[in-house]
Design a protein around this ligand. Structure first.
Ligand code: ZN
Length: 276
């Protein structure tokens, strides 16, 4: 069994975590949280999202958060960017890294961001090539790679197709997500194996949710497959642990006042597990 000699943890708590908390934090608190993660030595901390504060009030002020964070040498602070408008705002705030997201399931993508998968790529075309010309690092997320809340099973061929599309538009790294936490290790081996066979050399990461207690086993399966980039989500405080946490990207379908559904599952708090 070979395992990577080194694993890079991509910490998404200040974005994936905070956007799913019921109450929106102030900028001071968000800066303190993200800065603590950076100061703890994490080399990649997703710092916010340039989405409409009307739909995701928790991410309001991401521009100020980004401006105020002290970036340790070599650290990356990607921010989620859904469209050209978000990109312009991120660039103006000094973003050097951005992240884009789409899904392997057509229905999920439509319900999540009100766009077909093709339409989401058309949006990326508006700004990802420009981001690359500006020297930005670009991360792509593929949601629902192991199952969809609407369509059920997801064809691994579709995962490969979407991941390849993200590499082709210029993503430096593609994170393969189990949005609803249904993956099991054998499936992880299968899907990642196909990605590696059909996209040799592509930089892949994994993003698991611990909805059914399989996330750590899935991480191990991914490491055994040679994947050396793993997403984690630090909770801001232990008291929110019991709170329902929707999946990585489904917040974009949330409307103010709509309660997060429990079946979307809890994101895996890798740090908590690793710190035990
Ligand atoms: Zn997540």
């Amino acid at each position: 069994m070979t395992l990577p000699r080194e694993v890079r943890v991509v910490e998404v708590g200040p974005r994936d975590g905070l956007q799913n908390e019921a109450a929106a934090l102030g900028v001071d608190e968000k800066v303190a949280f993200a800065q603590a993660l950076l100061d703890a030595g994490l080399s990649v901390v997703e710092a916010g999202a340039f989405v409409s504060p009307k739909w995701v009030p928790q991410m309001a002020g991401s521009d100020e958060v980004l401006r105020r964070l002290r970036r340790p040498p070599g650290a990356r602070l990607p921010v989620l960017v859904p469209n050209g408008k978000g990109f312009e705002a991120a660039r103006a705030a000094g973003a050097r890294e951005i992240a884009v997201f789409t899904a392997a399931s057509e229905t999920f993508n439509r319900k999540n961001i009100n766009a077909s998968i093709d339409e989401s790529f058309a949006r990326f075309d508006e700004f990802v090539p420009e981001a690359r010309r500006d020297g930005m690092w670009v991360r792509g997320y593929v949601s629902t790679c192991f199952g969809c809340p609407y369509e059920g099973a997801v064809d691994p061929a579709r995962v490969v197709e979407v991941a390849r599309g993200l590499v082709e538009i210029g993503c430096d790294e593609v994170s393969i997500g189990d949005t609803i936490g249904v993956a099991v290790p054998t499936q992880v081996t299968d899907v990642l194996g196909r990605l590696q066979a059909e996209m040799p050399g592509a930089a892949l990461a994994v993003h698991f949710h611990d909805t059914r207690g399989t996330a750590l086993a899935n991480v191990l399966a991914a490491l055994q497959q040679g994947i050396a980039v793993v997403d984690s989500m630090k909770r801001r405080r232990e008291s929110v642990e019991s709170m329902a946490e929707p999946s990585v990207d489904d917040v974009f379908e949330k409307r103010p006042g709509k309660k997060a559904s429990n079946q979307q599952g809890q994101a895996l708090d890798h740090n908590r597990h690793f710190n035990r």
